[in-house]
Design a protein around this ligand. Structure first.
Ligand SMILES: [Zn+2]
Length: 97
Protein backbone atom coordinates (compact mmCIF):
# COMPACT_ATOMS: atom_id res chain seq x y z
CA UNK A 1 0.00 0.00 0.00
CA UNK A 2 1.05 3.56 -0.55
CA UNK A 3 -0.29 7.05 -0.16
CA UNK A 4 -0.88 8.89 -3.42
CA UNK A 5 -2.13 12.37 -4.28
CA UNK A 6 -4.27 11.38 -7.24
CA UNK A 7 -6.45 8.54 -8.40
CA UNK A 8 -4.45 7.55 -11.45
CA UNK A 9 -6.40 4.38 -12.24
CA UNK A 10 -10.10 3.66 -12.73
CA UNK A 11 -12.55 3.94 -11.16
CA UNK A 12 -10.87 6.90 -9.51
CA UNK A 13 -12.75 6.79 -6.23
CA UNK A 14 -12.64 5.35 -2.74
CA UNK A 15 -13.85 1.76 -2.75
CA UNK A 16 -15.90 2.33 0.42
CA UNK A 17 -17.54 5.75 0.14
CA UNK A 18 -17.16 6.40 -3.60
CA UNK A 19 -15.64 9.79 -2.78
CA UNK A 20 -12.54 11.20 -4.39
CA UNK A 21 -10.78 13.09 -1.61
CA UNK A 22 -7.00 13.12 -1.69
CA UNK A 23 -4.46 12.15 -0.61
CA UNK A 24 -5.65 8.59 -0.70
CA UNK A 25 -4.38 5.10 0.08
CA UNK A 26 -3.63 3.06 -3.02
CA UNK A 27 -3.88 -0.55 -1.89
CA UNK A 28 -2.02 -1.63 -5.05
CA UNK A 29 -4.75 -4.20 -5.59
CA UNK A 30 -6.88 -4.43 -8.69
CA UNK A 31 -10.39 -5.82 -8.55
CA UNK A 32 -12.59 -7.13 -11.30
CA UNK A 33 -15.71 -8.51 -9.69
CA UNK A 34 -19.11 -7.59 -8.29
CA UNK A 35 -19.45 -4.65 -10.66
CA UNK A 36 -16.20 -3.08 -9.58
CA UNK A 37 -13.34 -2.95 -12.01
CA UNK A 38 -10.08 -1.23 -11.29
CA UNK A 39 -7.82 -0.13 -8.50
CA UNK A 40 -8.91 -0.42 -4.89
CA UNK A 41 -8.41 2.97 -3.23
CA UNK A 42 -9.37 3.79 0.37
CA UNK A 43 -9.67 7.43 1.40
CA UNK A 44 -8.24 8.71 4.69
CA UNK A 45 -11.72 9.28 6.14
CA UNK A 46 -12.74 5.67 5.57
CA UNK A 47 -9.36 4.36 6.78
CA UNK A 48 -9.73 6.53 9.90
CA UNK A 49 -13.20 5.14 10.54
CA UNK A 50 -11.92 1.59 10.26
CA UNK A 51 -8.98 2.38 12.53
CA UNK A 52 -11.33 3.73 15.21
CA UNK A 53 -13.44 0.57 14.96
CA UNK A 54 -10.45 -1.49 16.02
CA UNK A 55 -9.51 0.90 18.79
CA UNK A 56 -6.85 3.03 17.16
CA UNK A 57 -6.87 6.66 18.15
CA UNK A 58 -6.36 9.65 15.87
CA UNK A 59 -2.87 11.23 16.25
CA UNK A 60 -4.11 14.24 18.28
CA UNK A 61 -6.09 12.02 20.65
CA UNK A 62 -3.14 9.66 21.00
CA UNK A 63 -0.93 12.60 21.98
CA UNK A 64 -3.50 13.66 24.60
CA UNK A 65 -3.54 10.13 26.03
CA UNK A 66 0.27 10.01 26.20
CA UNK A 67 0.28 13.31 28.12
CA UNK A 68 -2.48 12.07 30.43
CA UNK A 69 -0.57 8.85 31.11
CA UNK A 70 2.56 10.82 32.02
CA UNK A 71 0.53 13.05 34.35
CA UNK A 72 -1.13 10.05 36.03
CA UNK A 73 2.24 8.36 36.45
CA UNK A 74 3.57 11.42 38.30
CA UNK A 75 0.48 11.54 40.54
CA UNK A 76 0.79 7.83 41.24
CA UNK A 77 4.44 8.22 42.25
CA UNK A 78 3.48 11.05 44.61
CA UNK A 79 0.67 8.94 46.11
CA UNK A 80 3.00 5.97 46.58
CA UNK A 81 5.39 8.20 48.55
CA UNK A 82 2.48 9.48 50.67
CA UNK A 83 1.29 5.94 51.40
CA UNK A 84 4.82 4.93 52.40
CA UNK A 85 5.04 7.86 54.83
CA UNK A 86 1.60 7.03 56.26
CA UNK A 87 2.71 3.44 56.84
CA UNK A 88 5.64 4.73 58.89
CA UNK A 89 3.22 6.92 60.87
CA UNK A 90 0.87 3.97 61.39
CA UNK A 91 3.72 1.80 62.68
CA UNK A 92 4.78 4.57 65.10
CA UNK A 93 1.22 4.84 66.43
CA UNK A 94 1.04 1.05 66.93
CA UNK A 95 4.23 1.19 68.98
CA UNK A 96 2.66 3.77 71.28
CA UNK A 97 -0.47 1.73 71.87
ZN1 LIG B 1 -13.81 6.69 1.52
Amino acid sequence: MQIVNTYTLNPGQCHLCAGNRTPVIDTLRDIDRHGWEGRLYICFECAGGMAQLIGWAPPDKHEDMVELAASLKKKNTALEKKVASLKKFEEAVKELA
